[in-house]
Design a protein around this ligand. Structure first.
Ligand code: A3P
Length: 354
């Protein structure tokens, strides 16, 4: 099968499939690779891929694009607040960010609804879907339809690379790309993959790091994702943020965003948003959606309670350089070698790096 983006869909088979499905127990419907690029996705990505590739973006849209765990949610909250609630008084501000700023490919993680079946009425995404999309059919993809129908100016989240998004994306709307030191990404995504039952990673940390450097994690090669964005960095509609810079001086980064987005906020509003979107305040509000879904015929909670107790929830640590002390010397050597090789090709540097 070929996608409209030109990628060939190759189902993962044999030993590779067995290993993945044993380590990631949430990928119950198997995985596919997209060639070229070796992008790895749950099989159901095929159902939404062309729809996302042909998505009708509007001039007023803003897309937050990142590889997982690079600070997507933080950036979404900053941008959403700048665009919709600069005085921190919007009535919807406390609702889950993914209801206000839809995750366009998220349907790929959920089991398909059977004919006539509806999501549980308390599912926060279904609540948002009904409010935003009215009588539309949730079986046609709740998240992609949320992205279509959410109020303007739409703020859309994606972990897809440019090559899987509409070719005219940057000529149509604005994109904020967030990058983060890959060592911190490994630590954060390992936590996330254990925490979130849609991934349900049960393997070791060392194996997870190996999956990462081998480009064998869902969402695909970290460097290729970054490279596709970095090559476009001079486009007037693309704004690059590094998590590390946002951490060191959020006000300076939010001011750059203010210029990029033409939001024209006052100094008091900008300072208010810095505080409102600080790790401390976002963790205290923690509005990550709580939902259940069906996994292997059984209803499971979205988050693993044991992991939360031991290592924290979605808002885990929110720091740069937290990888230090977590990598064995052997793992550190391997990742350093991999970073050097790839950074040299791109000509960029990460703070708190090697
Ligand atoms: P850690 O696991 O290192 O704590 P994403 O939103 O792309 O999934 O990224 C999640 C990472 O960003 C997590 O990193 C999370 O704690 C961190 N994060 C979320 N909100 C943040 C904030 N306001 N300030 C700093 N880091 C934040």
């Amino acid at each position: 099968m070929k996608l409209q983006s030109g990628h060939e869909v190759v189902p993962l088979e044999g030993h590779e499939r067995e290993k993945q499905l044993k380590d990631f127990q949430g990928y119950t419907n198997g995985l596919i690779r997209l060639m070229p690029g070796r992008w790895l996705f749950p099989t159901r990505f095929q159902k939404v891929a062309d729809r996302i590739y042909n998505f009708q973006h509007k001039k007023s849209d803003v897309v937050v694009m990142t590889w997982p765990k690079c600070g997507t949610t933080w950036t979404q909250e900053i941008v959403w607040t700048m665009m919709n609630s600069p005085n921190l008084d919007h009535p919807d501000a406390k609702s889950p960010i993914l209801a206000r700023s839809p995750f366009i490919e998220m349907d790929m993680f959920f089991p398909e609804l059977k004919p006539g079946e509806l999501p549980p009425s308390e599912d926060p995404f279904y609540v948002a879907f009904k409010k935003v999309c009215g009588n539309k059919n949730p079986a046609d993809g709740m998240h992609v339809q949320l992205a279509e129908d959410v109020a303007d100016p739409r703020l859309i989240k994606t972990h897809l690379p440019f090559s899987l998004m509409p070719p005219a994306l940057l000529d149509t709307c604005k994109v904020v790309y967030v990058a983060r030191n890959p060592k911190d990404v490994i630590v954060s995504f390992h936590h996330h993959s254990r925490l979130v039952k849609l991934h349900d990673y049960v393997g070791t940390f060392a194996d997870f790091a190996q999956y990462f450097v081998d480009d064998d994690l869902v969402f695909g090669p970290y460097w290729l994702h970054l490279k596709e964005a970095w090559e476009r960095r001079t486009h007037k509609n693309l704004h690059f943020i590094f998590y590390e810079d946002l951490k060191v001086n959020p006000l300076a980064e939010i001011k750059k965003l203010d210029t990029f987005l033409n939001t024209d906020l006052t100094e008091a509003q900008l300072n208010g948003i810095v505080k409102y979107t600080s790790f401390k305040e976002m963790r205290a509000r923690d509005n990550a959606p709580v939902f259940e879904f069906e996994q292997k015929g059984v209803k499971v909670e979205a988050f693993n309670g044991e992991v939360i107790k031991k290592d924290g929830g979605f808002f885990r640590k929110g720091e740069s350089g937290d990888w230090k002390g977590k990598f064995t010397p052997e793992m550190d050597d391997k990742v350093n070698h991999w970073i050097r090789k790839n950074l040299d090709n791109l000509g960029l540097e990460f703070k708190y790096g090697l």
